[in-house]
Design a protein around this ligand. Structure first.
Ligand code: HEM
Length: 319
């Protein structure tokens, strides 16, 4: 499947330049604002918006360059949560809403919503352009690698390479990695800067790392840092990511949960954050305690009770 291939760990690791490029922009913006009050949550949102677009459709959206970090996009992503939960129960409403042209909705919208719709329309427009180019000319060394090219080059049937389907893939992919990633980063930054000891330990660990001549550190090295890993794991435990139940149906066998038997074919759902906040599993569940994860034995033992990316066949493709 092109999506899984595009998001494979090896592929992401080979394109760290995309991450570095956008993080450098963020750092430059923050350096330029020393002494000025900055909305770090908005800045992180802008980083992720630019990164997602750069990685998926080969062009950063430009939120990092905006004076206000395009904060309206993150605000809107957060405030439409109720709609997402509602349409989960009434999927036909969601399908009907999608049929309303964005141009029309934009006319009725307030400024924040206009900015958000412009973001969605910008992605759609770029996707359409990329699809036309990918279908009419062969890629050369200057062609940015994008999911659109990946789909066109794949063995998928021609109907899956038509615009409506490709738009759907791109929208899903960009959307799936926005507030999930921004939320974890915001939560982690808040807790790390809120606790002097954690901040000092993290800085001390990062100082031990050798950087490349360009001043960068690769993913493999970062993954081996125990305290950084522990902070990330703890932030993902506390971050709801998808703050609603994940729906599943097991079609072919009964499920057993404690004394209960759930017959095959019964819709079930589980909301991960409830498991991550269960005090029997995680004492002081609302506290940010990276040391829960520094003991390798304990970390291994949490295999069944820690699932920020979900599990099984529907596991996060962007993990
Ligand atoms: C901290 C970051 C992230 C978290 C916590 C997260 C979490 C999740 C979870 C829990 C699911 C399962 C949803 C379900 O079972 O219904 C999921 C699915 C998915 N995620 Fe992520 N995600 C993250 C980042 C990303 C990124 C960066 C991308 C893409 C670039 C992405 C793409 C996807 C896709 C495409 C699916 C659907 C997979 C499928 O149904 O086959 N995610 N994610």
């Amino acid at each position: 499947m092109p999506l899984n291939h595009y998001l494979s760990k090896a592929r992401v690791a080979s394109r760290q330049d995309v991450i570095v490029r956008n993080v450098d922009k963020l750092v430059a913006r923050l350096e330029g604002r020393v002494g000025t009050m900055t909305n770090l949550g908005a800045a992180v949102g802008a980083l992720v918006q630019d990164l997602q677009c750069d990685f998926i459709i080969g062009k950063a959206y430009g939120s990092l360059e905006r004076e206000d970090f395009n904060v309206a996009i993150a605000d809107m992503c957060q405030s439409v949560g109720f709609l997402w939960r509602f349409t989960k129960h009434f999927p036909r409403v969601g399908k009907a809403l999608k049929l309303i042209p964005l141009d029309f909705v934009s006319k009725l919208a307030n400024n924040d919503a206009k900015t958000f719709f412009a973001f969605l329309q910008g992605i759609d427009k770029e996707t359409e352009r990329l699809l036309t180019t990918a279908k009419t000319s062969s890629p050369n060394k200057d062609t940015p690698h994008t999911i659109v090219q990946e789909i066109v080059d794949s063995s998928l049937p021609p109907s899956d390479k038509e615009l409506p389907r490709v738009l759907n893939e791109v929208q899903t992919l960009v959307g799936a990695g926005l507030e999930t990633v921004s939320g974890v980063l915001r939560l982690m930054l808040y807790h790390v800067f809120n606790d002097a000891e954690i901040l000092q330990r993290l800085r001390a660990e990062l100082k031990t790392v050798n950087t490349s001549p360009a001043g960068t550190v690769d993913l493999k090295t970062l993954e081996q840092l125990p305290f950084l890993t522990a902070c990330i794991m703890e932030a993902m435990r506390l971050s709801p990511a998808l703050a609603s139940r994940m729906a599943r149906i097991v079609p072919d066998r009964d499920l057993y949960y404690e004394d209960w038997c759930i017959p095959a074919g019964t819709p079930v759902g589980m909301t991960t954050i409830w498991m991550h906040l269960d005090e029997k599993l995680y004492p002081e569940p609302h506290s940010f305690i990276p040391d829960r994860w520094t003991d390798m034995e304990k970390r291994r033992a949490s295999g069944k009770t820690y699932a920020p990316f979900s599990r099984g066949t529907r596991i996060c493709a962007g993990m």
